[in-house]
Design a binder for this molecule. Structure first.
Ligand SMILES: Nc1ncnc2c1ncn2[C@@H]1O[C@H](COP(=O)(O)OP(=O)(O)OP(=O)(O)O)[C@@H](O)[C@H]1O
Ligand SMILES: CC(=O)N[C@H]1[C@@H]2OC[C@@H](O2)[C@@H](O)[C@@H]1O[C@H](C)C(=O)O
Length: 364
């Protein structure tokens, strides 16, 4: 067995598809085991910053991305400079476009400039190598989900679901020796989660999201729209598979004629149904589904999942994890794996031909 490396305090930073802000979290790890979790913090984007980022989505390659790049770099520098104890930084950046078999995957933000500004080594551009080698380049949190499942001492397979702008699911066999071992993981994006409903409510009501599922709780799910949604070819595709934020624009078209409450109920049901389809792909039924990301705070979404699945559906907090910071922690963990030459994705997480380590290291 390879010699274990020194654990280090790494700081992970994630700016997700919801465009609401940057999360940062410290993790003490050797890239295999998580020994401790440290401080974390969140730096929200102002409404103006969110508008600038929203306008940049899909516009890669530029020109005209300077303002968005400035928002990303300023917000990250403000937040990450509050963590002088970090020995290494994992910087995801902001995904502007994700088309693994088209124009590629692009995360906005210059990690080399950030390394200079912070005076710390920064690992960044985590997804490109995987895509260049034929993988989806996403999801990447699954290797960290493996470490979380191992840390919980789970006896049987479990699944971790992230409900962000997009949804992604990881099935883990916690008895596996390494995340890249055959049969250890199966991961993929389930479908749209919160992003399309956020966009609808922003357009119709100037709201950023359906807080606590209040609007969805008032409406009725329109079965015809839900059935049409589930006819999308994406659900027939075998995993691994991944999505760009706005790949499911059909969802907005399907609810166009509905009132706000019915649209919210139907879109919430669509996101939940996409997860149920996803769970069918798991190699064995998970003993429980641990839910991370903002969608776990939506009781309507959680009730729909619980009603449609045969296993308990609980927020990751029930397992002692922090669902607001799990993705930031994942990029801290992945940064250490890159530093130590360990893989960050494999055939069952991104479909890449063999286990690969993505990520570039920039030193100050
Ligand atoms: N109390 C709540 N009630 C309902 N929905 C909520 C609540 N809190 C957060 N959300 C939803 O979760 C979203 C934020 O989720 P999260 O921060 O996990 O997304 P992200 O990390 O940006 O996305 P991704 O994981 O796709 O990159 C919000 O935009 C909102 O739709
Ligand atoms: C290309 C990209 O940024 N994808 C995100 C997005 O948000 C959720 C889902 O789609 C997931 O595939 C991924 O993020 C998480 C952090 C991941 O890579 O695991």
């Amino acid at each position: 067995m390879a010699r274990r490396q020194e654990p280090i305090w790494a700081l992970g930073a994630m700016s997700g598809t919801s465009l609401d802000g940057v999360d940062a979290a410290l993790v003490l790890t050797d890239g295999v085991t998580v020994f401790e979790r440290g401080r974390s913090d969140y730096r929200p984007y102002s409404d103006d910053e969110t508008r600038v980022l929203r306008a940049a989505l899909g516009r890669w390659p530029g020109p005209g991305l300077e303002a968005a790049q400035e928002v990303i770099e300023r917000a990250h520098l403000e937040l990450l400079s509050q963590f002088p104890e970090a020995e290494l930084v994992g910087f995801h950046g902001q995904t502007l476009a994700h088309e693994p078999r088209g124009r590629g995957t692009h995360q906005l933000g210059d990690g080399a400039a950030l390394a200079q500004a912070l005076g710390r080594p920064v690992v960044w551009d985590f997804r490109s190598t995987d895509v260049e080698l034929g993988g989806e380049g996403a999801p990447l949190a699954p290797f960290y989900h493996w470490a979380c499942a191992r840390g919980l001492g789970a006896s049987g397979p479990l699944a971790i679901l992230n409900l962000g702008g997009v949804g992604n699911l990881t099935w883990v066999d916690p008895a596996s020796e390494a995340p890249e071992a055959p049969g250890a993981l199966l991961a993929f994006d389930t479908g749209p989660a919160n992003a399309p409903l956020n966009d609808l409510l922003s357009e119709r009501r100037g709201l950023s999201y359906d807080r606590d599922g209040a609007l969805a709780a008032e409406g009725q799910v329109v079965d015809g729209a839900l059935e049409l949604f589930l006819e999308e070819g994406y659900f027939l595709k075998m995993p691994p598979k991944s999505l760009d934020r706005d790949d499911f624009s059909v969802m907005l078209d399907l609810v166009r004629e509905l009132d706000d409450a019915d649209a919210a109920a139907t879109m919430t049901a669509m996101a939940a149904a996409a997860v149920m389809r996803g769970v069918e792909h798991c190699p064995t039924p998970p003993e429980r589904l641990l839910v991370t990301g903002g969608g776990r705070k939506n009781p309507v979404m959680m009730a729909m999942l619980a009603a449609g699945l045969d296993c308990p559906v609980v927020p990751v907090e029930e397992a002692g994890l922090d669902g607001d910071m799990l993705e930031a922690e994942a990029f801290a963990y992945l940064a250490v794996r890159v530093l130590y030459g360990l893989p960050t994705s494999c055939p069952t997480t991104t479909g890449v031909g063999a286990a690969v380590g993505g990520g570039e290291i920039s030193r100050p």
